[in-house]
Design a protein around this ligand. Sequence first.
Ligand SMILES: [Fe+2]
Ligand SMILES: [Fe+2]
Length: 244
Amino acid sequence: MHSPGSSFSYGAKKAAEYTCDARHFAIIPAMQNRRLTPLDRLLVGANNALKTVAAPAGRTARANPANAIAEGSLDSLEKAHAAGLMRVNHAGEVAAQALYQGHATVARDRNIEAQMQRAADEEFDHLAWCEQRLSELGEAPSRLSPFWYAGAYAIGAASGILGDKWSLGFIAETERQVCAHLEHHLDDLPAEDARSRAIVMQMRDEEEEHGENAIDAGAADLPAPIKKLMEITARVMTRTAYWV
Ligand SMILES: [Fe+2]
Ligand SMILES: [Fe+2]
C-alpha cells in the first residue's frame, strides 16, 4: 500500500526501473511548462488514439518479462487458446490506454493527472508485451481495437468530468476487476506457456498497484449497480476479443 501523497516517490521508484526513456504517448501537461489548450488536448488525444489502435506498439520503456523464458511446446489448439487469451489482454490494454488518457484529459488535479500518465506508461508496456506475444503465437490483435478505444475513452472522460474522486473510483474498480480477470487467465493459460504467463503475472502485479494508488489518492467507492454494469461491459469485451 502507498500512503497518501506518496505519488512522487512512487514515480521515482518506477522511473528507476525503466531501461530507457521511450515515452510513447504525450499528454502530460503536468510535466510541461504550459497548460495545453483544448485544441492541443484534442490533437494529442487523436494522436495517442491512432498510435494505440493503428500503429505497431514499438519500443517499450522496460524489458519484456518473458525475455529470459524459453518457448514452450504448445500444440495448435493450445497456441490458439493462448492467443485468444492474449488478444483479450491486448484489447484490455487498448481500453486501459483510452481510460487513462480520457481520465487525464479531464483531471482537475495535476498530481492525479501525472499519476494517471505514469500508469498509462506502464499500460503501454503491457500493450506492447501482449502484442509481441500475440505475434509470437502467430496471431494479431483484435480487429475491434478502435471500438474498444473509443468506448473506453468516452467512459474515462465522462467519469473524469464528475470529478477526480469518481474518476479514481472508476480506476480502482476497473483495476480490481482486471486483476481478477488476469488471475483467471493465469489458471487458464496452457501449462507450457510460461512466456505468456510471465507477462500476465507482471501485468497483474502492476494493475494491483494502479488500483492501490487510485485508492490512496482518494478514490470514491462506486455504487454497486455501476460496478455491475462495468462487469457486464467487460464480459462483452473479453468474450468478443477472444475471437475477433
Ligand atoms: Fe495493464
Ligand atoms: Fe492498470
